[in-house]
Design a protein around this ligand. Structure first.
Ligand code: AMP
Length: 225
């Protein structure tokens, strides 16, 4: 099974992608995570991407096409892939279709996570993650149970993404609307897309996604869960 998970910043796509990766044994391919890791290592690719990322803009398509093609050549992609943060515009969606077709693969299901701008903004501006295990928290919405200690691994050091500040998030939301949202009719036309409300708890959202993945809701063509 090959899945795409997309949605505006702060809607919880990274969190859901990690859960689904474990539950379904898929390879999670997050272009954002890959670019951040490259930037931290100071590679040429990472340094090029860092400017775009910090400004809240997309990197050039060619930059992410290279990453995707390389990762899909790995044998572990055969178990199925969950695309997290790619594709992000129509050209990327068409590139992915063509690349998968070459490899005899296809996209089986696409999940659009949706949420209101003001809640997303408040979630993301308060967002921080555990330096050790990467678990995300958000001050007002999903804080650690004990202040300063990660619920999952007990880590005591936290980090904040360089692009998680109000002005940058507003720009990312605008770019999402103009460039990423047009993928909705593209995947709806293929009958593989469902829109899931990402504003509930993590568990509620996972349950809705699982219903869709298990085909419990068969007529999902133009549906919202
Ligand atoms: P994310 O972690 O998915 O929010 O991605 C963080 C940043 O990485 C984005 O704001 C972009 O600058 C860059 N990025 C990630 N994926 C893509 C993509 N598919 N196309 C262009 N830029 C991307």
């Amino acid at each position: 099974m090959n899945l795409i998970l997309f949605g505006p910043p702060g809607v919880g796509k990274g969190t859901q992608a990690v859960i689904l990766e474990k539950k379904y044994g898929l390879l999670r391919l997050s272009t954002g995570d890959i670019l951040r890791a490259e930037a931290e290592e100071g590679t040429e690719l990472g340094l090029e991407a860092k400017g775009y990322m910090d400004r809240g803009e997309f990197g050039p398509d060619e930059l992410v096409f290279g990453i995707i093609s390389k990762r899909l050549d790995r044998p572990d992609a055969e178990k199925g892939v969950i695309f997290d943060g790619f594709p992000r515009n129509l050209d990327q969606a068409m590139f992915l279709d063509a690349l998968l077709a070459e490899k005899g693969m296809k996209i089986d299901k696409v999940i659009e996570l949706a949420g209101s701008d003001e809640t997303l903004l408040s979630r993301i501006v308060g967002r921080f993650s555990c330096k050790k295990c990467g678990t995300f928290y958000s001050h007002k919405h999903n804080d650690t149970k004990v202040e300063g200690i990660c619920d999952v691994c007990g880590g005591k050091e936290f980090v904040k993404r360089a692009d998680d500040y109000e002005a940058t998030v507003r720009k990312r939301l605008e770019i999402y609307r103009s460039l990423t949202k047009p993928m909705v009719p593209f995947y709806k036309g293929k009958g593989v897309l469902v829109t899931v409300d990402g504003m509930g708890s993590v568990e509620e959202t996972t349950t809705k996604i699982e219903r869709f993945l298990s085909n419990e809701k068969l007529d999902y063509r133009a549906e919202s869960l």
